[in-house]
Design a protein. Structure first.
Lengths: 442, 479
């Protein structure tokens, strides 16, 4: 007897069909349009053919704007391939899950230090949803009715925020950037702040790619509103973190910290806040405690904020998060150390400066449309034909030149004819030279 | 005899071997940055690569996983994660791809997404699928946002302010509905765990936007009243939402489309065996009937001739729920799983999962009372009440035997609940060992029970202290 037959016999049925006798015939599936099974060899061969459908010939990459092609240390992939991490569940049974719990506690610690904030949760889906949750959290804290966003925020980021706050009595108002510098227009922002302002969202670098010194001055004009900062975690190797300029909540996209580009996911939402707001925060938190023998032990804490206990009164619906990506980010930062983080940020900025310099002599291209300095995403102004530019880039095997009008919410004199070419520590002299030549050849 | 690894592993900040990993490029001066933006100090551990790898390897050894053994958390579907999917997910052509690359250069990735959309339609009998949502709760939030958009179009959004959930629902259901701005109306279940139709009728009306349920439900029972449920909801002009967390029971056997659901989410990290990563990532595509297609998140993937491309869903779309198109690497693994098993293999999965559940129930039902007498589907809920032990005692005993306990104290409608979902990837021998361990746990004296677990890295943890003293980072550590 096979084990299936033994089990059927033990239950007392002659066929497993009996176990489905409770499903009425009218609901039984008659067909399912999916091919029959394959062997492992066959599925790998099929996937092999599909991966070859992607263009893998040599190219020069200047794509960025939120997702970046950075070096992923081999040890990061190795650690997150450990099946004890990869194939475990949320650590509800803490005693047998200390590996994930201590790792996530360390992630919360390292990221809090990097962000210059008190506390960080154990991960959200991505940067955009983190920002949506940050606005919701601000509303929970002060109940005020208006959130101020930068006028030139990415359209898809705005769309995510709008979905996240659709159920709240909260309206969005936009503040402007200065056309010459690319910085926040502080006068405009100040005019819009009133006693019913829930939160102000600032970005650094902003959607124009520019490092904005005015973010440090927003605390002087914010009144009683909360300050939410959206930052680039790689930039924090050299740029002052949001905790130093008064951020109450700080969020970031963590893809750059040891994750591949992954065609857009999985990513990592970094979510930091003042500790006094911990009980209002979304997502899982890992706390340090002791076991009954007095030994240090880690455990999920403040779970009474969460959906499985608080249900419709929970601070968020989030359950599954991005724990594995958090472990990847922790491993990445641990490998690079303080100096490595500084170097990656420095090299990125130097490469951005080199792109601007190399393109400065190209006819028709203004490689410094703003006086502010870019971090990764270099904005250039080009008023010629978009099609011609794109065809020249394509011919020269260059991926980049995302038009601002494709990704930015509000287009006006600030974003007119702006295209982005992004740098990372992987950008080479040859890449930059190829880009210069392609733009010259338009 | 089980003994978990128990290293005295320090925090990584206390390791000081010095960074050895090299970032390429010659030494660079700090670039020119406005003074107010210069970072004054950065406090990150500086640890050698060999110490980093040893640290995380030792930590991983102190963690139970699906590859370690049975992991029967209820409604979590912790099944074996196939290794061929790991291989594909490591291929650079798939993962080292920027989401904004020209579409003609990423035809392989688009094909995977297109075929997965088609597979999920075939499995669910829904008409259109978005792959964008990132986890079960995100799928629910997306689905409810679609429903809201639909009623806005109908002009009845201001009236339809309620979402109904049964009291046995997963916590994410009411949380997602509330997050989308709805008032949550909870209805009781019948003693056998199914939807109380009278209760449903009494709360359903012109204020109802949707009813969110699983079928089979959280007690593992197929609710035969589903036709009547769909009739009640649809006659009131409301929509029926399918929480796909329990899909592992019905692959190839029945479907939400056939049962009359309007919106469904799939948990790829459950039913389709993508690894759960210690808490995430997940992926939760949403399927809808034709009349809701125009509200899906944008874009979806279409195929014209041999060319795959993104299609903007249009101005009725709810817009974006995440930055791009979803968790592609998770989608890839789910595509591989479905393609590998095929329509025949998928049905076999559900048949074995259901057989395993009913077998385990029969093995333990003499001591642990099942929530009801119906045939079970993907999971069974039993009670520790009357055994002389609490559900927690049994769970801690299982830990000491090197087996992961079931979900305990959920669903809330069963006293001392133990919610067990063994899945299809457990042998009879392991089911027997699990049943034997559950039964043996009842024979221990109270003192031994209370002292467990003793074979894990740590013993019972002081959770009250964790919440009271709130040490969330190493900077918070009280000496």
């Amino acid at each position: 007897m096979t084990e299936v037959e033994e089990m059927l016999k033990f239950i007392g049925v002659d066929s497993d069909e009996r176990l489905f006798s409770d499903i009425p015939e009218r609901f039984r599936k008659k067909s399912m349009n999916i091919p029959l099974h394959l062997s492992e060899y066959e599925i790998l061969r099929e996937a092999e053919a599909i991966r070859r459908m992607n263009d893998t010939a040599g190219y020069h990459n200047f794509l960025g704007c939120g997702t970046y092609d950075r070096i992923v240390p081999a040890s990061v992939d190795s650690i997150i391939s450990r099946t004890e991490f990869l194939t475990s569940y949320t650590p509800y049974q803490a005693e047998i899950s200390q590996g994930v719990l201590q790792s996530l506690f360390e992630y919360q610690s390292v990221l809090s230090d990097l962000m210059g904030m008190d506390s960080t949760n154990s991960s959200m889906y991505d940067g955009y949803s983190s920002l949506g949750e940050a606005v919701r959290m601000a509303y929970r804290i002060n109940g005020k009715k208006k959130v101020l966003l930068p006028d030139h925020i990415y359209r898809s980021k705005l769309s995510v925020i709008m979905n996240y706050i659709a159920g709240l009595d909260l309206k969005i108002e936009f503040y402007n950037f200065d056309e010459k510098t690319g910085f926040i227009d502080l006068n405009d922002l100040q005019k819009r702040v009133d006693s019913d302002t829930c939160a102000i969202v600032v970005e650094n670098p902003n959607s124009l790619g520019i490092l904005d010194p005015n973010v440090t001055k927003v605390q002087d004009v914010k009144g009683s509103a909360l300050l939410i900062a959206y930052v680039d975690p790689i930039s924090l190797g050299i740029i002052t973190p949001p905790g130093t300029y008064g951020a109450d909540i700080a969020v970031a996209e963590g893809q750059q910290l040891g994750l591949h580009q992954n065609f857009g996911g999985p990513f990592l939402g970094i979510f930091s806040f003042r500790k006094e707001y911990a009980r209002r925060s979304p997502g899982r938190l890992i706390g340090r405690s002791v076991d009954h023998n007095g030994n240090v032990a880690y455990v999920m804490t403040l779970q009474t904020r969460e959906q499985h206990i608080r249900r419709e009164k929970a601070t968020s619906n989030i359950c599954t998060n991005q724990a594995l990506m958090a472990i990847a980010a922790l491993t990445y930062i641990s490998l690079l150390g303080s100096e490595g983080m500084h170097r990656v940020a420095s090299i990125t900025m130097r490469r951005s400066a080199e792109i601007r310099k190399a393109l400065s002599g190209v006819p028709g291209i203004d490689s410094s449309p703003f006086s502010g300095i870019p971090f990764s995403d270099v904005a250039v102004r080009y008023s010629g034909s978009r099609e011609k530019m794109q065809s020249s880039l394509k011919k020269n095997r260059i991926w980049g030149g995302i038009p601002a009008s494709d990704i930015i919410n509000h287009n006006d004199g600030v974003t007119r004819d702006i295209y982005f070419f992004s740098a990372t520590e992987k950008t080479s002299d040859e890449d930059i030279e190829a880009l210069r030549r392609a733009l010259e050849a338009i | 005899m089980f003994r978990q690894a128990a290293y005295d592993e320090p925090l990584i900040r206390d390791m000081r071997s010095g960074t050895t990993y090299r970032v390429p490029g010659e030494h660079t001066e700090t670039p020119e940055i406005p003074d107010s933006l210069v970072r004054k100090e950065i406090n990150i551990p500086n640890v050698s690569e060999y110490d980093v790898v040893r640290h995380f390897t030792r930590l991983s050894e102190m963690n139970y996983s699906v590859d370690t053994g049975i992991y029967p958390l209820g409604s979590c579907t912790m099944k074996f994660n196939p290794k061929y999917a790991d291989v594909m997910a490591s291929w650079s052509e798939f993962r080292d791809v920027h989401p904004l690359r020209p579409q003609e250069t990423v035809q392989g990735n688009l094909r995977i997404m297109y075929e997965l959309q088609e597979y999920l339609k075939a499995i669910s009998d829904m008409d259109a699928v978005s792959l964008q949502p990132l986890a079960g709760a995100d799928g629910e939030f997306t689905g409810i946002s679609i429903i809201r958009k639909y009623f806005m179009d109908q002009g009845t959004d201001s009236e339809r302010r309620e979402v109904i959930v049964p009291d046995s629902a997963h916590g994410t259901n009411p949380a997602s509905a509330a997050m989308a701005g709805y008032d949550v109306v909870e209805i009781p279940s019948t003693p056998s765990g199914t939807v109380d139709l009278d209760a449903l009728k009494s709360v359903t009306g012109r204020n109802t936007a949707a009813f969110m349920i699983t079928n089979p439900n959280t007690l593992g029972i197929f609710d035969g009243g589903i036709a009547e449920i769909a009739r009640i909801i649809h006659e009131a002009g409301a929509l029926l939402y399918y929480d796909g967390a329990n899909f592992n029971a019905i692959l190839g056997i029945t479907s939400p489309g056939l049962m009359g659901f309007d919106v469904v989410h799939f948990n790829l990290h459950k039913t389709f065996a993508t690894p759960h990563g210690g808490g995430g990532p997940g992926a939760a595509p949403v399927g809808v009937k034709k009349f809701l297609e125009k509200y899906l998140p944008t874009p979806i993937v279409e195929k014209n001739g041999d060319f795959y491309s993104f299609k903007d869903v249009g101005d009725k779309s709810i817009g974006k729920i995440g930055p791009y198109y979803g968790s592609f690497m998770v989608l890839l693994r789910a595509w591989a799983y479905i393609r590998y098993h095929g329509r025949d293999g998928l049905e076999a999965i559900s048949r074995r999962a259901v057989l395993n559940t009913n077998y385990l129930e029969r093995r333990i039902s003499g001591s642990f009372r099942p929530s009801n007498n119906s045939i079970k589907k993907h999971e069974v809920v039993v009670s520790a009440s009357g055994t002389g032990k609490t559900a927690n005692d049994v769970a801690k005993y299982l830990l000491d035997m090197g087996m992961h306990p079931p979900t305990i104290y959920f669903p809330l409608i069963v006293k001392e609940a133990m919610m067990i979902e063994v899945t299809e990837t457990v042998s009879k021998k392991d089911l027997d060992a699990y049943a034997d361990a559950m039964l043996a746990s009842l024979k221990e004296d109270a003192k031994t029970s209370a002292s467990r677990p003793v074979n894990t890295k740590v013993t019972r943890i002081d959770e009250v202290r964790a919440a009271r003293d709130l040490e969330l980072t190493w900077n918070d550590i009280h000496s």
